[in-house]
Every structure is written in structure tokens, then in C-alpha cells.
Write a protein that binds this ligand. Structure first.
Ligand code: 13P
Length: 248
């Protein structure tokens, strides 16, 4: 049976001090036997937070990972570097990376593989824009984004990966997908995977992201194919983030 997973994506927010206090406040709300709770933090804060979280159930993740192992790639951070800081997860293909920094399906597939090669679990982010949804293209878009990674990494690689469905129109907008809208896409993603490998599909953690808050999390997380959340804004407040985690 797959386990639920709650991940915060802090994006480019905070200061060194506020990152430490947010992390401390989240840990204060956790019990020793809690698990499957992760914060994806700005890379420059990883060292501080690695120390803080070393004996805590709270795991660390990165918001991106390089598409190469090492070398002359100015500004990039490799999977092996992330591993040094106990990053268990790395987001790949977040829509903000796709939109503002030109991450393509091809480079995202490379990032996915680089993360896995170092034992960092990639969290593949996929999702359609509002225009794509209105044009009836949601399933095509999501399938294309998935296919690019399956073609490069192979379906077996998804045994050690997470998928996050994040409709672009719901990110940071306060416009959350309805429980049914999200479930419909999650189900389609799982069915697509099942066509390639039934066991991987059954075990795949598929997270929902996009304006998930304490007051809408319960309904979303109760859907049969929604296995957790990737939370932006609400993960910047320890009590909101913990409330979402407790609503599993
Ligand atoms: P919000 O929760 O702020 O909408 O952000 C979602 C997101 O992009 C998480 O990766």
C-alpha cells in the first residue's frame, strides 16, 4: 500500500534566519514516529537545515537539480552535491522552471536521471496551463510531459520517483482544482503508468499541488488517487503546513 507524502516547496522565499525558525517550528509539531514529510528549500539554506533536521522525521528536498553530473555548468547544482546535504528528494520540472527558465521536457528527463543516479528521489512535476485546460488538452499535455521522462529513464525508474500533478492555473492563484478535477487527472496518470507496469502504477505516489491549504487539503487527500500534496504558499507557515500534514 502506498504511503501518503506531504512536501513543502518554499520557492525563493525567506532569509537564513527565517528558514531556520520555520524549520524549527515545523519540527516542533512532529512526533518521533511521524514520516513522509519533506521541505524543499532554497539550496543555500541546505547546510543549516541539514544540521537542524539531522535527528528529525522532517526530510529535506531541493527545488531543482542539474541535468549533468559535474563540469562547466555555471549556476547549476548537481545531484551529488545535494546528496552531501542529505537531500532525499529533488523537484524536477516545476512549472516555474519550465515557464521562466526554459526547462524543456528533454532537460527535465536528464535532471530526473541525474537525481536517481545519486540516489536522490526525483519529484516529477507536470501540469497544464489554463489555456491548455480550456482547449481540452489537459490529458495530452500531461501525457507528453510524462512520456518524455519515460522515454529517457524507462518505466522501471518510476519505482523510485514521485509524480506531482500541479495544474499551472492553480499555482499561487488561490484557484484550487476541485477534488474531482484533480482526481480525474491523477487517475489518468495512474492508468497510463499501469499500461506500462501495473505494480509501479499501484505504488506510485502522485501528489497534488496548487493552492492546497489547510481548509481544502482533507477533501483532496481523501481522493483515491491523490497520495499527498506539494504545497507552496501554505508551507511557509508552520501551523498551516502541519495542519495539512495532519489532515492525511
Ligand atoms: P501554491 O501552493 O502556492 O499554489 O504553490 C504550489 C506549488 O507550486 C508547489 O510546488
Amino acid at each position: 500500500m502506498r504511503q501518503s507524502l506531504i512536501m513543502g516547496n518554499w520557492k525563493m522565499n525567506g532569509t537564513r534566519e527565517s528558514a531556520k525558525s520555520l524549520c524549527t517550528a515545523i519540527m516542533a509539531g512532529l512526533n518521533a514516529d511521524d514520516k513522509n514529510i519533506v521541505i524543499c528549500v532554497p539550496a543555500v539554506y541546505l547546510a543549516d537545515l541539514q544540521t537542524l533536521t539531522s535527528n528529525s522525521p522532517l526530510a529535506l528536498g531541493a527545488q531543482n537539480v542539474a541535468n549533468q553530473a559535474s563540469g562547466a555548468y555555471t549556476g547549476e547544482i548537481s545531484a551529488s552535491m545535494l546528496k552531501e546535504f542529505d537531500c532525499k528528494y529533488a523537484l524536477v520540472g516545476h512549472s516555474e522552471r519550465r515557464t521562466y527558465y526554459g526547462d524543456t521536457d528533454a532537460s527535465i528527463a536528464e535532471r530526473f536521471c541525474q537525481a536517481q543516479a545519486q540516489g536522490v528521489i526525483p519529484v516529477l512535476c507536470i501540469g497544464e496551463t489554463l489555456a491548455e485546460r480550456e482547449a481540452g488538452e489537459t490529458f495530452n499535455v500531461v501525457n507528453t510531459q510524462l512520456d518524455a521522462v519515460i522515454a529517457k529513464a524507462g518505466i522501471a525508474a518510476f519505482a523510485n520517483a514521485v509524480i506531482a500533478y500541479e495544474p499551472v492555473w492553480a499555482i499561487g492563484t488561490g484557484k484550487v482544482a476541485t477534488d474531482e478535477q484533480a482526481q480525474e487527472v491523477h487517475k489518468a496518470i495512474r492508468e497510463k503508468l499501469a499500461g506500462l507496469d501495473a505494480t509501479i502504477a499501484e505504488n506510485m505516489q502522485i501528489l497534488y499541488g496548487g493552492s492546497m491549504k489547510a481548509d481544502n487539503a482533507k477533501g483532496l487527500l481523501a481522493m483515491p488517487d491523490i497520495d499527498g500534496g506539494l504545497i507552496g504558499g501554505a508551507s511557509l507557515d508552520a501551523q498551516s503546513f502541519l495542519a495539512i500534514y495532519r489532515s492525511i
